[in-house]
Design a protein around this ligand. Sequence first.
Ligand code: DAH
Length: 359
Amino acid sequence: MQEQISSLREEITAQVSGAENMAALEEIRVATLGKKGSVSGLMKGLGGMSPDERKVMGPALNGLKTEVADILAARKEVLEEVELEARLASERVDVTLPVQEHAAGSVHPISQVMDEIAEIFAGLGFDVAEGPDIETDFNNFTALNIPEEHPARQDHDTFYLKPDAEGNRKVLRTHTSPVQVRTMMSKEPPIRIIAPGRTYRSDSDATHTPMFHQVEGLVIDKDTHLGHLKGTLEAFLKAFFEVDAVTLRLRPSYFPFTEPSMEVDVQCSFDGGTVKIGDGNDWLEILGSGMVNTKVLEACGLDPNVYQGFAFGCGIDRLAMLKYGMNDLRAFFDADLRWLKHYGFQALDLPTIAGGMSR
Ligand code: DAH
């Protein structure tokens, strides 16, 4: 019996060290330690032995079992390492190779427009600020002068999250304006930021999707005024629509977070069925803006006797549709490769003020 054990040990050791891959190793494991395996078979024999025999053979067989398990585990570790090395070698990508045109993906129009906006505002000295998609009720509403009972809350078709233990409900931010709050609370003026990002409202048709994109702008300093707002928006829209001049119309409006508030229209023509920004006899509403309400400054810890400024908020999807001539917003989020191929942008053509926004 002892002999049988030692020859089995030798045999298994040789088999294990000869196993070239995980599948072969697994076969050996089943053939030895598996229910019907050779080692298990010997263990079953213990039952028919005399107590004296069992006293010797029990520990010997258990030793064999442990030993076999150990060498299987050791070999497994080696083989795993080998397989990983092989995979790393086969999946290696040389990132220094030139991009292959036919294999390259394309930049989504939304990303393109966000890059264009960031580039234009960078030229005007704005930083890009960010905030989370899941916001507190305070940042999304209350700090922006939209308290609990305010009717403006109804306009937002808000997606609420489940309340936490204290009963506070977070929201999917309904606009990018909470980034204003975050910025004013964390930075000393002068502040000059844009905040592009995703926003959410429970609304869906050809021009509304439950997730959409906005860009927020905020400038706070000691003597920032409406003239600065108008000049900034003119410079932005001129650069964005790549025209020599734009004419803006500022219409009085209402937003809880600005006072006074205005909606901004840009002069355009719809001749020939397409929108042309820059001249013409029509007006296109393009964004909301105003002077930051003193209540908002106060809620964010800024002294309204010292600081003032302007803010604006603009739908990015709409800007993209206007500039690149798409008419159904829903197609933006269908991930249809044919659409992306048609409307997408080349990955290496980054928009620059000097080189052009869209080539
Ligand atoms: N937050 C507004 C919305 O989503 C847009 C907006 C209007 C933002 C005026 C502003 C602003 O900063 O001043 O409808």
